[in-house]
Design a protein around this ligand. Structure first.
Ligand code: ATP
Ligand code: MG
Length: 405
């Protein structure tokens, strides 16, 4: 039996990045032999085991053969005669297909080290096209390693394009698309994920609402970058630079979908793009089964981003309505996330990355001031319910008027 460290741990060590999990591949062994040594089985579809002490994952070397389209069209063979080279051959990218022996020496049959040196993401073999999840994975690795200078190799991009035209990408189940998307949003350059998907044509298939924004102009007065798709990419870059949480990044992705619905004769204006965006955000979220927290913040950002931008111009009553519509007093954390998403929108514009965004502080202060308004015990005891609510609102509006001064 031979044991090799494989995948991300080897890659990240070569890149000088921290290793967060260690996966091993075992050749020349059967499941029974590993069980006899105390490994615990965990694989549902494949024989994968946890080491009795370290709990690292050990997988039997395997060979895959595609027999039919779709997810289940794979026949997997994991007999003890499968070689390490065969196992590495079914992996997605050359930099993920390097193995390391216990003595530290590397086994690199597909040129992973050379591709790391050349900062290239390249598929291992033509079998790459058998699994459409790999299109998303490549885009995600491109988003992760863009700061190190990595780009997708031309031949891999061509293969990805063919997987789109062959309809493989359209067959991806929503759960997998969302799973890879939310991971990509957390990467250091999430915009690169969408740019790579766009470059291979997959964006039009899985995110048509986002794809459509490219080529739609906005007024240069507000948007020196002009193109709406480019603006959204710049907002995502800003969100990553501000270390925004994934919910905020998704809200940023979706905030301007309504601009895709503006009648062309109105360009570069986008009247009502906030309300026009709502059904589009809803459709995207239902299609991908986006979790509620992401959906709520995305819808709120879509509806309210212009109100947030012009917060300082709002009259006290309108300001309170904004807070109420955002449920800001009961959900202060989510309200803060809305403000951060709006900041990304304001700063995701050509040359405006470092412009101040006073709306954020102003609205945080407004929320705190409104929340601090309390009625006395006596007022509460003597007034009926609706009167209490009315008085509370009046006091809050008064407080917001003070704040404006
Ligand atoms: P991460 O740092 O995100 O964990 P990773 O490279 O370890 O990166 P995993 O998803 O943990 O990625 O998968 C481990 C290894 O399994 C990868 O390095 C790759 O070799 C292989 N792999 C995973 N998914 C696929 C796939 N869909 N197609 C081909 N190979 C895959
Ligand atoms: Mg991993």
């Amino acid at each position: 039996m031979e044991i090799y460290l494989v995948g991300g741990a080897v890659r990240d060590t070569l890149l000088g990045r921290p290793v967060h999990e260690r996966d091993y591949v075992v050749t020349g062994a059967t499941a029974d032999e590993l069980l006899a040594q105390g490994y615990r089985p965990v694989g549902k579809d494949f024989p994968v085991f946890l080491h009795p002490q370290t709990h690292a994952e050990y997988a039997l070397a395997r060979r895959e053969r595609k027999t039919a389209p779709g997810y289940h069209g794979f026949v997997t063979d994991f007999s003890p005669d499968i070689t390490l080279e065969e196992d590495l051959l079914r992996r997605d990218l050359t930099l993920n297909a390097i193995a390391q022996r216990a003595d530290g020496s590397l086994v690199d049959p597909y040129g992973g080290q050379a591709d790391i040196a050349a900062r290239t993401l390249r598929h291992v073999s033509p079998a790459f096209s058998e699994d459409p999840v790999r299109v998303l994975r490549v885009a995600r690795f491109a988003a992760r390693f863009a700061p190190l200078g990595f780009t997708v190799h031309e031949s891999t991009l061509t293969l990805m394009q063919r997987m789109v035209t062959d309809g493989e990408v359209a067959a991806l189940v929503p759960e997998r698309v969302w799973q890879e998307t939310v991971r990509a949003l957390r990467e250091s350059q999430p915009d690169v994920f969408f740019e790579v998907l766009r470059a291979c044509g997959a964006l039009a298939v899985i995110f048509p609402e986002v794809d459509r924004l490219f080529g739609i102009p906005q007024s240069p007065q507000w948007h020196p970058e002009i193109d709406t798709g480019l603006h959204v990419m710049m907002c995502l870059r800003r969100a990553a630079a501000l270390d925004a949480p994934d919910t905020v990044r998704f809200a940023v992705l979706a905030h301007d979908l309504g601009k895709g619905a503006t009648p062309q004769q109105q360009w570069p204006k986008h009247l009502m793009h906030e309300s026009n965006g709502v059904p589009l955000v809803q459709a995207l979220c239902s299609r991908l089964k986006v979790p509620t927290a992401f959906r709520e913040l995305a819808l709120m950002t879509c509806k309210q981003h212009l109100n947030v931008h012009r917060a300082q111009e709002l009259r006290p009553t309108t300001l309170l309505e904004l807070l109420e519509n955002c449920d800001a007093l009961r959900r202060p954390e989510r309200f803060s996330e809305l403000l951060l998403a709006c900041q990304c929108d304001a700063q995701g514009r050509g040359g405006r990355e470092h412009w101040p965004y006073p709306s954020r502080e102003y609205l945080e202060a407004a929320r705190a001031a409104a929340a601090a308004v309390q009625l006395s015990e006596a007022q509460i005891a003597t007034l009926a319910g609706p009167q209490i609510a009315k008085l509370l609102r009046e006091r809050r509006i008064e407080t917001l008027r003070e704040l404006k001064r």
